[in-house]
Write a protein that binds this ligand. Sequence first.
Ligand code: SF4
Ligand code: SF4
Ligand code: SF4
Length: 164
Amino acid sequence: MQRRELFSFLSSSVKNSLADKETKVTLIRPPYFDDIAAFDIECQNCEGLCATSCQEQIIIIQEDKTPILDFSKSGCTYCDDCAVACTPNVLNIENKKLIDATISINQSSCMSWEGVMCFSCKDPCLEDAIDFKAMFMPTINQDKCTSCGFCISRCPTYAIGVSE
Ligand code: SF4
Ligand code: SF4
Ligand code: SF4
């Protein structure tokens, strides 16, 4: 790919990806709940203890006072801190499980799918869950991916998405 084509590709894919993200709010809860309805009840009287305890600062308390995960700057280490902090027990270590979300690569926004060498997403993935074919065309191996979200903020063209 020529430099001018690459610049044009980067510019349009970043714009498209950002526009997509602005129109979508993905409700991903912290990974320690059993009863999803408990968020709407118990969180109403809580000061957002889970968000304060998260060292990665990925828990956002929404206007309805319930927590969601935001992978735009970091990911989840499954450290248990949010579950320990949740005294109303909406989150509990006994209910530890993988984050209920699917992480995927949008091929039309990914530089590597356009023939540009890029391993920005591979490096932070401790599970080695991103497979490359001869150093290009990355895909996420859903059997290995823990939905931790660490790869998302590392993609320069915002090509990695998360869905419920
Ligand atoms: S600490 Fe528990 S009760 Fe408080 S906002 Fe977080 S999930 Fe809700
Ligand atoms: S497990 Fe740790 S990193 Fe993950 S959301 Fe809870 S406090 Fe944050
Ligand atoms: S979300 Fe999946 S692919 Fe991305 S860094 Fe975490 S385990 Fe790897």
